[in-house]
Design a protein around this ligand. Structure first.
Ligand code: CP
Ligand code: NVA
Length: 307
């Protein structure tokens, strides 16, 4: 098992299936009021350079529910690069704590934490990847259809969520269709990694410029914001580029039985319309709930004391 949860590409398929099984079990247990105390006395630091509702709350609640504790660290308290180097911060935390979740702009910063820390480092979103999100997405999809048979269509920006969806699908051997403008496809490095993984797993990854073609007959239609955190200056330009990629009632006519996914927060009226987000095919709050269960499984796997 890898020490860190930074990229899904680093995790073997059997480990990811194991995490999904455990996440499903933890959800079942939670429904009957059972919260196994598998992380009693364990302490997690959560370092957030960007805003967060879901990731912050679900990691903190997850640690508490498993019998552990979480400490929120704000960049202004820590002073990475001004007060102290990333490596020294990671080495200090490693002497006191059992794990670190980091949400950063630069993916390299999380990699730097991971290589200096002796404790597990979990990626809580970077500009490049959002692996914990995608584990919750897979859990949500698997609640509706066998994951291996599901046709998943992602429409919009080839961003951190799309990159992780691509890598996760490639590891697990899933069918994923991506529709993005040619100028905003997932990163070339990630596409290469995904292609290599797909050759081994049999994943069916396909690329489209037109969203209608990607969505045609899909079981799940997934979108994310056109302007991610840190890109606010580009918002007007992005609204123009992505206008043909809105997930709305007209698009969903090509996939009348599809469930709709969104990692949230949504920019209502941009990448998705209110009627679709609030409609009966939307499972976005199941996704949000599953952040909790999926991450508890990840926390247990990485932070639990050896038995
Ligand atoms: N989906 C997600 O990561 O939400 P937050 O930005 O609120 O954590
Ligand atoms: N792509 C979005 C995801 C938010 C959870 C962002 O990076 O802002």
């Amino acid at each position: 098992m890898p020490k860190n949860f930074v990229s899904l590409a680093e995790w073997p398929a059997d480990e990811l299936w194991g995490l999904l099984d455990r996440a499903r079990r933890l959800k079942e247990l939670d429904r009957t009021g059972q919260r196994p105390q598998t992380l009693q006395g364990r302490v997690l630091a959560m370092f957030f350079e960007k805003p967060s509702l879901r990731t912050h709350v679900t990691f903190e609640a997850g640690m508490t529910q498993l019998g552990g504790h979480a400490i929120l660290l704000r960049p202004e308290q820590v002073g990475i690069g001004t007060r102290e180097s990333p490596g020294d911060v990671a080495r200090n935390l490693s002497r006191w704590l059992d794990g670190l979740v980091a949400r950063t702009f630069s993916h390299d910063l999380v990699e730097e934490f991971a290589s200096a820390a002796t404790i597990p480092v979990i990626n809580g979103l970077t500009d490049l990847l959002h692996p914990c999100q995608v584990m919750a997405d897979f859990q949500t999809i698997a609640e509706r259809r066998p994951l291996k048979d599901a046709v998943i269509a992602y429409v919009g920006d080839g961003n951190n969520v799309a990159n992780s969806l691509l890598l996760g699908s490639a590891v697990l051997g899933l069918e994923l269709r991506l529709a993005t403008p040619p100028s905003h496809r997932p990163s070339a490095r990630v596409r290469q990694q995904a292609d290599d993984l797909a050759r081994a797993s049999g994943a069916r990854l396909s690329w489209f410029e037109e969203s209608e073609r990607a969505v045609d007959g899909a079981d799940f239609v997934y979108t994310d914001v056109w302007t991610s955190m840190g890109q606010e200056d580009e918002r007007e330009r992005r609204r123009e580029i992505f206008a043909p990629y809105q997930v709305n009632a007209a698009l969903l006519r090509s996939a009348p039985d599809a469930f709709v996914l969104h990692c949230l927060p949504a920019h209502r009226g941009e990448e998705i319309t209110d009627d679709v987000l609030d409609g009966e095919r939307s499972i976005v709050f199941d996704q949000a709930e599953n952040r909790l269960h999926a991450q508890k499984a990840i926390l247990e796997r990485l932070l639990a004391p050896p038995s």
